[in-house]
Write a protein that binds this ligand. Sequence first.
Ligand SMILES: *Cc1c(COP(=O)(O)O)cnc(C)c1O
Length: 379
Amino acid sequence: MPNSAHDKLLFTPGPLTTSLSVKQAMLHDAGSWHFEFNAIVAGIRQRLLALAGTSKEAGFECVLMQGSGSFGVESVLGSVIPPDGRALILTNGAYGDRIVQMARVLRLDHVVLRTAEDTPPTADQVREQLTTQAGITHVIAVHCETTTGILNPIETIGPAAREHGCRFIVDAMSSFGALPIDLDAWGVDYVISSANKCIEGVPGFSFVLARRESLLATEGWARSLCLDLLGQWKGFEKNGQFRYTPPTHALLAFQQALEEWESEGGVTGRGDRYRRNHGILMAGMKALGFQPYLPAEIQSPIITAFRHPGDPRFRFDDFYHRLSDRGMIIYPGKLTQVDTFRIGTIGRLFPADIEQLLSAIRRALQDMGCQLPLQPLQG
Ligand SMILES: *Cc1c(COP(=O)(O)O)cnc(C)c1O
C-alpha cells in the first residue's frame, strides 16, 4: 500500500487532505446496529449541535444523511417544503444553480433570485422578492458559494425572510466549522454541511441542523423515501440508528476529526488557520502577478478563484499537470463568463504547505516560459 504521507496535497474544496489520525480511525469494522457504534453516532449528533452553538434544549436537532453534501441539500429541499409551498432560491454560482436544478427535478414551485457571480444578493433584494412574489414560504441561500469563494450575507437575508414569515434554509457546506453561523440571530431553520469540508473528515455523509419546531411541522411532505429528513430523524430517535446502512468508516473518521477540530480551538482556531493560509496565498499570488476574481471584501478564506493570466504561454492543463507532478492538486474554474482556476485553503493544510505550493507555481510558470510577474489578460 502506498504511504499516505506521499499523497498529493489537495488544494481543493473537498474532499480534502485529512490528517493521518483521521485516516487511521477508519482501520476498524463497526457493526452499525451495535450499541458502541450507536453511542458514537449519538455523540456526533450532539457535538455537531454544540459546534453550531446550539443544543436539543435550545430547540435544534441534528440529522445525519448518507451521501455527499448534495444529498443533504436535496433531502432538505424534498422534505421540508409543503405541497403548496413556494421557494425563493438565491444563486450566484454553481452550487446555487444546483439547488435550482433540484427544485426543477422535484417539481417544486420556485422563484430564482440570480445575482452575478461576483455579486452577493442583498437583504433588500430578498425583501423585494418576498413583497412582489406571492406565496413564498421558504428562502434558500448558499453561505460560501464555492464556485468563487464569495461569501453571501446570510446574517441579513435570514432576518429578511423571517420578517415575511418564511423558513430559511442555508447551504453552509464549505463554511460550517470554520466561519461563525448564528442560527438563532440569523433566523436559520435548516443548515446543511458535510463530513469532508471544514471539519476535515472523509466523504460519506452530510448533516442537517434543523429547528425542531420547523422539522416537526413537515410530516407527510417528503418526496423521497431514502432522503426523507423527518423520517431519518425519527429513525435516530427511535433506536439511535441510521434507517439504512451508514458509512461506518466515515463516521469513525468524523469522530476523530471532531476531536481535532476541538483541540484546534473550534470555529475560531480552524478559521484562523484558514485565514492565515489564505493570507499567504493572496500575497504570494499577487506577487507573481495573478489577479483574484473577487474583490477582497466579499472573498472568503475558504477557496479563491484566480483569473487566467494574459501570457499566451500559460495553458491551464499544462500548469495543472506540472503542479500535480510536484505533488499538489489545484482545482479548475467553474465560472460561466471568465476563465479562472481555484485554489482551496481548507483541509489539513498549513502555512508551510501554501508556501510550498507558491514555489511550485513559480517553478511551473518559469518552466512554461511565462514572463514574471504575469500581466493581466487584456480586454
Ligand atoms: C461541496 C459543496 C456542496 C456539495 O457538493 P458534493 O459534491 O455533493 O459534496 C454543496 N454546496 C456547496 C456550497 C459546496 O461547497
